[in-house]
Each structure stands twice: as structure tokens, then as C-alpha cells.
Design a protein around this ligand. Structure first.
Ligand code: KIV
Ligand code: NA
Length: 264
């Protein structure tokens, strides 16, 4: 199968089809999701709180994300690999954003990048696209701004819906190949999707978007703790791994492992 490219996602939107995106941060998840037919893999800055043990996405750095990104791209034969620009790596100027984007494509082997923000970043998106860097926008709830947004809150309710439509239109007009929306009312996301011709991706944004995305450790039940309302858990990897670790530990302590069949 040929590599998924941004124009394939555009085709999906144009013909009313849907595509799936999952986060991936390493070799085996990238390989498994790619072979499972997931169209887009996101090396999210959510690696901060799903790989590196931070509480939020804010502390993760470009230098931490680049090797994860390389691992994912090397391991995925078909999926389009998108890398998140982490907090602080693109806000200063379009020049800073271009320089960081170049690093993700050159050193991270990413096919595209994603940044958080609306209309305000239109000029930044334009500069990046001009430089040959495909850009995905991310609006609605933007985790890098959680301190200014006052925590995890649904965005784009009521009158605020018009602002999201405006943001999405400005990003698309600037050349973004796709706009992702996080935690926005389904009706608002539907209006945004209808207002722009490029594909949309939702997470907690209803089912009218072209694509959907979930953090893989949420989707597969690896992470413990409370799940957001928008998460659907398709497996219970946490229990499976915990049971395996306990059984291994018991076997070692009781002298059952290794057996003759594992010995030379
Ligand atoms: O970093 C991330 O995982 C994301 C998605 C959940 C949208 O940005
Ligand atoms: Na992110």
C-alpha cells in the first residue's frame, strides 16, 4: 500500500469518508497501528504525560520528541506521521516555527507537524507551508494553554462557536492541510467542518469531523485513573500487563521460571 499523504485525507473529506488517527511514541505501537490500518500517527506532545511521566504536556521538549518521532516514522510503512510542536517551540515568531518544523521533518523524519492555536497563528502557518512543511492546526481546547484556559474545559459553546469557525477558516486559508478540534460541542465541530474545505479531526468533538483521534494508552486501556468522557476503551492492556508481570514475578520467586525448556 502506498504511503498516506495529505491529499488522501483531503480525498476522504471530499468523498464524505472518515479516517483514524492514534498517537504513537515508539517502534512497536507504530508498527502495530500502521499494520492495523490507522491512517495517521501522531507523535503527540502528550508524550510528556504518557511517556515521560510529567503531569501536563508543557514540559516536553523538541529534543525529547525528535527520537520518538524518528522511531515512529521508521516503523510505519503506510501511515502519515504528524509531530506536535511542543510548547515554546513555535510561539515566538514564524521564523522560530519554521526552524522547529524543519527540525521535525529533517531530524524527526515527520511528514507533517501540528501546532496549537487559531487565527493568531495564520502567518506562522503560511510561513511554514511556504517552507514545505505541511501543518495541521489544533483549536478548541489546547492543552498547552491549560493555565490560561483555566483547566480542561469544553471550548466553543454558544457564542464562542463563531470564534472557532473563524480560527479554523483562518488556518485553512493560511494553508493548513487539516484542522483538529479538541473538546468542542458536536454542533460547533459540525459547523467548523462545514465552513472549511480541508479535513477536520475531532477528539471530544462529536462525529461530524472527517477523522477522529485518541491517545493510544487511553484507547487501549494502558493508562490508569479517570478517563475523559470522549475516550472509548477498546482493550484493557493495563490489566493484561499487570497480570503478566505478577505471573512472571510469582514464577521467578517460586523457582518455576526458567524451566528446562528455557535453559541451555
Ligand atoms: O498530543 C496529543 O496527543 C494530541 C491529541 C490528543 C490531539 O494533541
Ligand atoms: Na498535542
Amino acid at each position: 500500500l502506498p504511503r498516506i499523504r495529505t491529499h488522501h485525507l483531503q480525498q476522504a473529506k471530499t468523498s464524505g469518508e472518515h479516517f483514524a488517527m492514534l498517537t504513537a511514541y515508539d517502534q512497536y505501537t507504530a508498527e502495530i497501528f500502521d499494520e492495523a490500518g490507522i491512517e495517521v500517527l501522531l507523535v503527540g506532545d502528550s508524550a510528556s504525560n504518557n511517556v515521560f511521566g510529567n503531569e501536563t504536556s508543557l514540559p516536553v521538549t523538541v529534543d525529547e520528541l525528535l527520537p520518538l518521532c524518528r522511531a515512529v516514522t521508521r516503523s510505519a510503512k503506510r501511515a502519515l506521521v504528524v509531530a506536535d510542536l511542543p510548547f515554546g517551540s513555535y510561539e515566538v515568531s514564524p521564523q522560530q516555527a519554521v526552524a522547529t518544523g524543519v527540525r521535525f521533518l529533517k531530524e524527526g523524519l515527520a511528514h507533517a507537524v501540528k501546532l496549537e492555536g487559531g487565527k493568531f497563528y495564520a502567518e506562522t502557518v503560511r510561513a511554514m507551508v511556504q517552507a514545505g512543511i505541511p501543518v495541521m492546526g489544533h483549536i478548541g481546547f489546547t492543552p498547552q494553554s491549560e493555565h490560561s484556559l483555566g483547566g480542561y474545559r469544553v471550548q466553543g459553546r454558544g457564542d464562542d462557536a463563531a470564534r472557532l469557525v473563524d480560527d479554523a477558516a483562518a488556518l485553512a486559508e493560511a494553508g493548513a492541510f487539516c484542522v483538529l478540534m479538541e473538546m468542542v460541542p458536536a454542533e460547533t465541530a459540525k459547523a467548523v467542518d462545514a465552513a472549511i474545505s480541508v479535513p477536520t479531526i475531532g477528539i471530544g468533538a462529536g462525529n461530524a469531523t472527517t477523522g477522529q483521534v485518541l491517545v493510544w494508552q487511553d484507547m487501549a486501556g494502558l493508562r490508569g485513573g479517570r478517563m475523559a468522557k470522549f475516550v472509548k476503551q477498546y482493550a484493557d492492556l493495563r490489566t493484561a500487563l499487570s497480570d503478566a508481570a505478577k505471573a512472571y514475578g510469582d514464577d521467578v520467586r517460586s523457582g518455576q521460571f526458567p524451566g528446562p525448556e528455557h535453559s541451555f
